[in-house]
Write a protein that binds this ligand. Sequence first.
Ligand SMILES: C[S@@+](CC[C@H](N)C(=O)[O-])C[C@H]1O[C@@H](n2cnc3c(N)ncnc32)[C@H](O)[C@@H]1O
Length: 203
Amino acid sequence: MDNATKNKWDRAALFFDVMAGYGAEKRWEAAKTELFSHMNGKVLFLAVGTGLDIPCFPENKDIYGIDISPKMLEKAENRVQNYVGNMTTEVMDVHDLDMEDNCFDQVFTSCTFCSVPNPVKGLKSLYRVLKPGGELLMFEHTGSRYFPISLMMNVMTPLTRQIGPEMNRKTVDNVQQAGFDDIKVTNVYLDVVKIIRATKRAP
Ligand SMILES: C[S@@+](CC[C@H](N)C(=O)[O-])C[C@H]1O[C@@H](n2cnc3c(N)ncnc32)[C@H](O)[C@@H]1O
């Protein structure tokens, strides 16, 4: 377990709902709801956080949620209990998934790979646990290709990473480096907030 990352997000859990629960979460609610409506089969959800995404999940799905932060999952507990369907959660680091190969039909992420310290390693772990032909569906914010947004994000990142996410991640490139195929990107806001869909190629 990466204790530095765990401790950082344990601290962030104290104020996360106030920081993210109103502005950002309300703004992206429709796009997230549409993305999550594609949940099917056995789903791995990384990272649950305080569970702000859960009200956007379709009912009656089979969802296994993980997060590195026990404090985040404690805060999520009510939302997990209120989910109409089968949802369980566990503290787990995506770099070191405690599951057998090829066991999930889909993996969903939401504002996660701005935060995972070694994104390519984390994405390779997700690839390992996905069944061949399985899908990765991500709602992520990334760096931008366009000046001056790119400059702003590069300047902000050393500060934001102290308390939470990085602003300049190249998540689409990372998905490709991790070995995923058939990568499709839809921009939700500029080229910063994106939906990324990719598959683990069936043999
Ligand atoms: C920006 S929050 C997003 C939470 C939630 N998906 C949301 O949108 O409200 C990022 C989350 O990633 C989790 N996280 C960071 N690194 C992780 C890792 N290595 N393994 C699992 N979860 C991790 C943090 O604990 C935190 O809950």
